[in-house]
Design a protein around this ligand. Structure first.
Ligand SMILES: CC/C=C\C/C=C/C(=O)SCCNC(=O)CCNC(=O)[C@H](O)C(C)(C)COP(=O)(O)OP(=O)(O)OC[C@H]1O[C@@H](n2cnc3c(N)ncnc32)[C@H](O)[C@@H]1OP(=O)(O)O
Length: 719
């Protein structure tokens, strides 16, 4: 777990050997401690260099170990012994020095970094704080403001920035390890006391309180209800106001609180869920590690609406040449200007030049004959999409992959109109497509493993978190959204207000409640879908009771809101009112209150007081209940995939881990009991009926979420 060798006759070289990221697992900590003892006690050794195998210094503590009791030597004494040693120790930082890896570097007396290395204290993103002395040493080394920013955001910095901040002593383009050995030899005999960061006095700004207060306000606004950034601020305050040993004690207390909060578990689950999601499998046995993706050099995007424009930008900024297609000259010109503007702004923000030379705009599908892949992003209209796919089938060379950005239509029906159904898949981006990280890759029953591998790999290249899902109406994300939205509107009927429901969801951790979010997204989109599905509009059977459709409870209030031309922020009116169209400041609207009151009295509904608990339970338990059905149906391979979709596509609060993790933390038995209760109260809402999988998991003793897969019948898998 760490190699020990003597180089240049007097330098002990300790190499961490724990692939893939040289995490500080128990055997690694043990090996470091033993190697340091050996180096310090060997009279031949005059200096020490610590580096990591395979060009990676260290990715930090082994996060998997956090799930169990501490085994092996604790990290802090191992690090303290390095700093206290009487021989100079140099960290040779290549690749990454993150979390505990960065803290390891901070106890070394000197730090040499390769120019491509990245450093950071990302613990806050795992729901914890840098608790191996990082929160106490970094402020001493670089001052409060800079340390506060790095510790509360978890941002990774480049070697150059680290040099500027005074974190590293030298940056090199050459072999950092060899440079560190040379550096170590030159350091022999020099006094070490000023190199021990724990001995430094924290440079304390006169406006410390104001600075910490401002940071507190900022993190409270940015990460509602999240404890870790607040604990980080308290730890930094300790570094500014306490001696090192007392600060370490405070750091440890804060860490214990975070560890016992449940939030740390949720964040760490998210870390692994995100990585698990990339490991897709198809029923054929093809999977992520045995299927080769094609290289995509050129692509076409059909339709330059909001989605199409974002997709063009996502492709072009990773170096893929794109032909963008529109049906009319005016739309094409408008799309061209928007895309160029978006790419230029994006390039400016990233400090690179905009890749405008990769763009071509055309009105003719004939121009697509040589592209490697097409992404169709026209209106959600099956007949239109089928015409496009038929045309593409004729125009594109037989090997071109044909993908659709549909948000829920049948991908296999589109594959069926082409001459290459195996090369058809869904690539469902989320709006705005150049910003949102999620990509649902929809695997049709005829999609080949190469097609899926290519779509997944292209997603990764574009910086997306790609999740493979099955082909069912709404796929995973939007299929689950429907019952969630239904519950919100049923609660309105029963007596709640949009602002009450939003507040309950925002207190839970969502940045925006469901109605505020709908106003932002535009209410007309859902209205059009409901009209097309025959749920509202002139075609609705007049004999249908007004609050029932297709045999189930239906709430027509969203349709009534749209009928008044209230489409959300863009029209200045929606579930809320705004000072003018385009404004974002949502204010409760008495007209909506009136509409609800009139509606309730028209249907003889006696409004009742609805608790926040009921709002959360009905909205979120029904969301997870549909997630269980999706798992039963084999449309998602595992609960982690569903959670990743909700974290990255629907801004589910990360400190809750995603809907499936959340219900596992509430306790499946409790969730089952509450769903049974609500279903009894609302028997005409089938989504409230507990799913068979939920019942099965409860009957099997409510195993942890990571084990649910074992209880899902694989014969149903569509993935
Ligand atoms: C009392 C003292 C207590 C605590 C103090 C210290 C706390 C910490 O150090 S917490 C850990 C802080 N470190 C991190 O947050 C870094 C996490 N890792 C990453 O950001 C990335 O993995 C990377 C930038 C280091 C590499 O990225 P990439 O090349 O894209 O690889 P992957 O992310 O796919 O990771 C590959 C593989 O490694 C696993 N892994 C990565 N880091 C850790 C880790 N710190 N502990 C355990 N495992 C780790 C990752 O899960 C992947 O494996 P799987 O595919 O099997 O999941």
């Amino acid at each position: 777990m760490a190699r020990y060798e003597l180089v240049k006759r007097s330098v002990a070289l300790i190499t961490l050997t724990n692939p893939p990221v040289n995490a500080l697992s128990s055997p690694v900590r043990h090996a470091i401690a033993k190697s340091m003892e050996r180096a310090l006690s060997d009279p031949k050794v005059t200096a020490v260099v610590i580096c990591g195998e395979n060009g990676r210094f260290c990715g930090g503590a082994d996060i998997r170990e956090f799930a169990g009791p501490l085994r092996g030597p604790p990290l802090i004494p191992v690090l303290d012994a390095i700093e206290a040693g009487r021989k100079p120790v140099v960290a040779a930082i290549e690749g990454v020095a993150l979390g505990g890896g960065f803290e390891l570097a901070l106890v070394c007396h000197y730090r040499i970094a390769h120019s491509k290395a990245r450093l950071g204290l990302p613990e806050v993103t795992l729901g914890i704080l840098p608790a191996a002395g990082g929160s106490q040493r970094l402020p001493r080394l670089i001052g409060i403001p800079a340390a506060l920013e790095l510790i509360t955001t978890g941002r990774h910095i480049s070697a150059q920035e680290a040099l500027k901040l005074g974190i590293v002593d030298q940056v090199t383009d050459q072999n950092a390890c060899e440079m560190a050995v040379e550096f170590a030899l030159k350091s022999v005999g020099k006094p070490l006391s000023s190199r021990r960061v724990s001995m430094l006095t924290t440079p304390c700004p006169p406006d410390l309180d104001a600075l910490l207060e401002a940071a507190t306000m900022q993190v409270k606004k940015k990460a509602r209800g999240v404890m870790a950034p607040l604990a980080c601020i308290q730890a930094v305050r300790a570094a500014a106001t306490m001696p090192f040993s007392k600060g370490m004690k405070r750091e440890s207390e804060l860490m214990t609180t975070l560890f016992n909060s449940g939030q740390a578990q949720a964040f760490q689950y998210c870390f692994f869920a995100q990585r698990t999601a990339g490991k897709w499998t198809l029923p054929s046995g093809a999977q992520w590690n045995n299927s080769k993706p094609r290289e995509i050099r050129s692509a076409a995007v059909i339709g330059l609406g909001t989605m199409g424009r974002g997709i063009v930008v996502s492709l072009a900024r990773v170096g893929i040449s794109v032909i963008a297609v529109e049906s009319e000259k005016k739309l094409l010109e408008n799309g061209r200007q928007m895309v160029i503007g978006m790419l230029e702004r994006d390039a400016k923000r990233r400090g690179v030049s905009a890749s405008l030379n990769l763009l071509n705009f055309t009105l003719s599908l004939q121009d697509l004959k040589d592209v490697d892949l097409v992404i169709e992003a026209v209106f959600e209209d099956m007949a239109l999409k089928k015409r496009v796919f038929q045309e593409l089938s004729k125009v594109c060379r037989p090997t071109t992959l044909l993908c659709t950005n549909t948000s829920g239509l049948d991908v296999d029906a589109l594959a069926g109109v082409t001459n290459r159904p195996h090369l058809v898949a869904g690539m469902h981006f989320f709006s705005p497509a150049h910003v949102m990280k999620l990509l649902e890759v929809v695997c049709g029953p005829r999609s080949s493993s190469e097609t899926i591998a290519t779509a997944m790999s292209l997603g990764k290249k574009m910086g997306k978190v790609s999740v493979a899902v099955g082909n069912c109406p709404g796929f995973v994300g939007n299929r689950m959204l429907k019952p969630y939205l239904d519950q919100a509107t049923f609660l309105l009927e029963e007596g709640a207000t949009p602002e009450q429901i939003d507040k309950a969801l925002e207190d839970f951790g969502f940045a925006m409640g469901v109605f505020r979010m709908s106003d932002l997204a535009g209410l007309d989109v859902g209205w059009r879908v409901r009209k097309e599905s025959g749920l509202t509009g002139p075609d609705v059977d007049s004999k249908n009771p007004p609050r029932r459709r297709q045999g189930h409870r239906y709430c027509p209030i969203p349709d009534m809101v749209c009928e008044q031309g209230r489409f959300g922020q863009k029209t200045g009116r929606g579930w809320y009112m705004y000072d003018k169209p385009g404004d974002t400041n949502a204010k409760p609207d008495p007209l909506i209150q009136n509409l609800l009151e009139t509606y309730r009295s028209r249907y003889g509904i006696q409004p009742r007081n609805i608790s926040d608990q009921e709002i959360i339970e009905r909205c979120l338990f029904v969301l997870a209940n549909e997630g269980f059905r999706i798992l039963e149906d084999g449309m998602a391979a595992r609960p982690e995939d569903i959670d990743v979709i909700y974290l990255f596509g629907y801004a589910f609060p990360r400190h809750r881990g995603g809907p499936m993790f959340y219900v596992s933390m509430v306790g499946l038995e409790r969730v089952l009991e509450r769903l049974e209760y609500y279903h009894q109260a609302h028997p005409d809402v089938p989504h409230l009926e507990p799913s068979a999988l939920l019942k099965k998991l409860v009957a099997c003793g409510s195993p942890p979420v990571q084990k649910w897969r074992e209880y899902i019948k694989t014969m149903h898998s569509h993935l």
